[in-house]
Design a protein around this ligand. Structure first.
Ligand code: IMP
Length: 436
């Protein structure tokens, strides 16, 4: 029984902790999209570790981590992360695999990302800016360079030709400096020495693993509302963060995905630009940011904070076919007297109960709130649903009702142990997936 864990909001939902918690029950953890724009924070041996590209499963001995064809790989970022794992005693030998079909982020992609943002001016996306978008542009434009292409570094080979053409295009765009394509190829040749032993056909690897009865967890990055097709376009990332991305981003059939678990914060956050109907721009938003330590794991940017948007999460339940939710950071709400849940939007005199596809319309939406009582006492570290204050239980039940999916897991703190595994049917299903 395989499991896909993904973000049900705008990213940063706390997937790192949930993936880390569930990993011991899986043999393989596979990333299917995004790049080092992601930031999964995990705590190990009392130390905080932020992983950007490598699945956090790497911290669990015996677990194989696979970076799928749908991911864009910056070799510099990859090996800097591998090197950071060494002092933690993490040995990646034979445990970290990279798809031969994954596209590479090259130095000019990072530059083009910055340039594109500057050109957009006030309409900027607020990218991370790690070259993610331009690398995917080259992939879709059929001029990208894939990991497997590094096997032929000859000056007239397909890789050198692609880099030469792409660097020439970059030099035409960037007026005040000239990049040498030979230097890019030389750097790639150095990375290839370390990359070569990690390269696999991810589809074949997973097909064999699944046939052998090994359990696979598919790890999404970013979140549903940042998905290139289903998110708040154009304020999105450049890949499919939704469950379907697991099939295309790894080369597996959709039926292999199994259970789909959406991770959602007990409130809402977003980094970067784009509409966020429940955003709190007053001191209440500031309070959420401080108590939730809402600063980007990759860029350190302050996250925009607001109330739980059940319309957005209900949408995530639909487009991902979520079986269940993991609700994180409940404890951040402990001090609030009252809480709001957005159950619909008001837009141009109409009440909308579904996410509009038009981002301009979405940006004009104001939330319709339902007010619930706060609980006014700490929930941090609580591990049993019955031990939560009555108001907190009521809050969770209401989130489930309006989102349309059961909360199988509730996180009450950053530690692995600060977790409630609910005793209901979906948990039993998830428990089967988790080998419990
Ligand atoms: P890009 O993925 O760097 O191109 O950025 C596109 C948008 O996605 C921006 O709004 C980023 O802030 C957002 N984004 C990218 N990665 C993450 C993430 O891991 N968490 C939250 N937001 C992200």
């Amino acid at each position: 029984m395989n499991l896909c864990v993904l973000g049900a909001q705008w990213g940063d939902e706390g997937k790192g902790k949930i993936v880390d918690l569930l990993t011991p029950h899986f043999s393989v953890v596979a990333r299917y999209q995004g790049g080092h724009n992601a930031g999964h924070t995990v705590y190990t041996g009392g130390r905080k570790m932020v992983l950007h590209l490598i699945p956090s499963g790497i911290l669990h001995p015996g677990v194989t981590c696979l970076i799928g064809n749908g991911v864009v790989v910056d070799p510099r970022a990859l090996f800097s992360e591998v090197d950071d794992l060494v002092p933690l005693g993490v040995d990646i030998t034979g445990r970290l695999l990279v798809s031969d079909r994954a596209h590479l982020i090259l130095p000019y992609h990072r530059e083009l990302d910055v340039l594109a943002e500057a050109r957009r001016g006030e309409r900027k996306i607020g990218t991370t800016p790690r070259g993610i978008g331009p690398a995917y542009e080259d992939k879709i434009g059929r001029r990208g360079v894939r990991v497997g292409d590094l096997a032929d570094l000859s000056p007239q080979g397909p890789l050198a030709n692609a880099v030469r053409e792409n660097v020439a295009a970059r030099n035409r765009l960037v007026g005040d400096s000239v990049m040498r394509w030979q230097q890019v190829v030389e750097e790639l040749a150095e990375h290839w020495i370390r990359l070569r032993p990690l390269v696999v056909d991810s589809s074949l690897y997973l097909a064999n693993a699944i046939r052998e009865g090994r359990r696979v967890m598919f790890e999404g990055a970013q979140g549903t509302l940042l998905d290139i097709d289903h998110g708040t376009y154009p304020f999105v990332t450049s890949s499919n963060a939704t469950a379907g991305g697991a099939a295309t981003g790894l080369g597996i059939g959709p039926k292999a995905i199994g259970t789909v678990l959406g991770v959602a914060k007990a409130y809402t956050t977003r980094v970067g630009e784009g509409p966020l109907p429940t955003e709190l721009t007053d001191e209440r938003g500031e309070r959420l940011r401080e108590s939730g330590q809402e600063y980007g794991a990759s860029t350190g940017r302050p996250r925009r904070c607001g109330w739980f948007d059940a319309v957005a999460v209900r949408y995530a339940v639909r487009v991902n076919g979520l079986d269940a939710l993991a609700i994180t950071k409940l404890d951040v709400l402990d001090d609030l007297d009252t809480l709001e849940i957005c159950t619909a939007y008001r837009c141009a005199g109409q009440t909308l109960t579904e996410m509009p596809g038009d981002t301009t319309q979405f940006a004009a939406c104001t939330p319709v709130y339902e007010t619930l009582s706060g609980w006014g006492r700490p929930t941090r570290g609580i591990t049993q649903f019955a031990d939560l204050p009555a108001e907190a239980r009521q809050y969770i039940r209401r989130l489930e009702d309006v989102s349309g999916a059961p909360a199988a897991i509730i996180s009450t703190g950053s530690d692995r142990d600060h977790t409630i595994l609910r005793d209901d049917s979906i948990v039993r299903r998830a428990a089967v997936a988790l080998g419990q």
